[in-house]
Design a protein around this ligand. Structure first.
Ligand code: AMP
Length: 363
């Protein structure tokens, strides 16, 4: 059981588990609202430490440190979904935790997540649980090829997943995902990838940003664009899907629903792929391109405050700066109207998200 929430007041402190760029941008959004932030993360030099008033560097199973942290803050949130559920549950005995442990638990496990979504009558790829080679063979017989084998837990940016095509060896695929408990999904022949970033408050207020179109390169988000190339009807359906998911999870805060856009008999439709129980890379465009950023929206939602307007301010493009792409920072600064965001990470490793740039075009 979580503690009942109270409406935060300026001067109160938000505790954030995780110290990466998402925590950094939440902390940056909290400051102009008069709220303090306290980051809890194990990694030395976490990007969010630079911008928050206080930080605790400790492990997620250091219960002494967690208790101290819980007593020092007025609400706890997190920036990544792999926070252990027991950590969220432990903290929620001392302080409200948003989003709650249930949303965290469901979204940490791809099988639980797809089961949850499909029970709501929302379309997902066909899927089956895979524990061993025999179950994988049975699932392939049922779902067909091509199919995508994914570990149930700890997958991100395409890690822990492999496509099984006609003629591929199933046992080798299971080996490739480390023989972990997995899920087999039918391969969705999508036209585009889109997402909805939305916010919900404890008393059920809800707002969703317009559908965002997302282009990936090497499994990492490369660019997000709004408006997406979807019909107004699909935009409405996608936002309604997010509303129903948020409602059923009793969700508090910002979350994202990643979807595949498919075209069947000339008509667009969406299929849900994944729920992210946090602010999301595909919502970074809102920092400069919407009336209220997703980070401010998250702060408002977990504080029990009114949600901000979600309208966009033009045709918006957000491009991630991956690895040494961030070396172009001077050229980006020279570009009129480009908004540069750097995350303050010391080392630009390949594939590492170092920053992003937003460009807003008149329509
Ligand atoms: P995920 O980790 O589930 O977000 O998957 C990473 C990427 O793999 C997605 O953004 C898609 O491009 C691709 N993908 C994942 N699942 C499927 C699927 N069932 N069918 C087709 N492509 C998929």
């Amino acid at each position: 059981m979580s503690l009942p929430s109270r409406i935060l007041a300026p001067g109160d402190t938000i505790g954030i588990l995780g110290g990466g760029q998402l925590a950094r941008m939440i902390a940056l959004a909290a400051a102009p609202l008069g709220l303090k932030t306290h980051i809890y993360a194990p990694e030395e030099g976490s990007p969010a430490f630079d911008v928050a008033g206080t930080h605790t560097r400790a492990a997620y199973d250091d219960f002494g440190a967690l208790e101290h942290f819980a007593k020092a803050v007025d609400v706890v949130t997190y920036e990544f979904e792999n926070v252990p559920v027991y950590t969220a549950e432990f903290l929620s005995r001392h302080v409200p935790v948003h989003p709650g442990a249930r949303a965290l638990g469901i979204t940490q496990d791809r099988l639980d997540e797809k089961t949850f979504v499909s029970r709501l009558g929302i379309e997902t790829a066909p899927f089956a649980a895979v524990q061993d080679e025999a179950e994988l063979e049975a699932a392939l017989a049922e779902i067909g090829r091509p199919a995508v084998l994914k570990t149930r837990r700890f997958g991100y940016d395409g890690k822990g997943q492999v496509i099984i095509r006609e003629g591929d060896d199933a046992a080798a695929a299971f080996e490739a995902v480390g023989r972990h408990p997995s899920i087999l999904e039918g391969f969705v022949p999508f036209e585009r990838e889109v997402s909805v970033v939305a916010a919900r408050t404890e008393d059920g207020r809800f707002k969703a940003y317009e559908v965002t179109e997302n282009e990936h390169r090497h499994h990492i988000l490369f660019r997000s664009t709004v408006p997406a190339n979807v019909t107004p009807a699909v935009d409405a359906v996608a936002r309604e899907i997010a509303r129903r998911i948020g409602e059923s999870l009793g969700y508090v805060g910002v979350f994202a629903v990643e979807m595949f856009l498919v075209v069947v008999d000339g008509a667009q439709g969406v299929i849900v792929n994944e729920i992210a129980p946090r602010v999301h890379n595909s919502g970074h465009w809102t920092l400069d391109g919407a009336v209220t950023s997703q980070f401010e929206q998250h702060v408002r939602a977990i504080a029990g405050w009114p949600l901000g307007a979600v309208e966009r301010l033009g045709h918006v493009e957000m491009t991630n700066l991956i690895g040494d792409e961030a070396d172009d920072w001077q050229a980006i600064l020279d570009e009129p109207g480009a908004h540069l965001h750097l995350y303050g990470k010391a080392e630009a490793r390949p594939g590492r998200k170092m920053g992003h740039v937003t460009r807003i075009f008149e329509e």
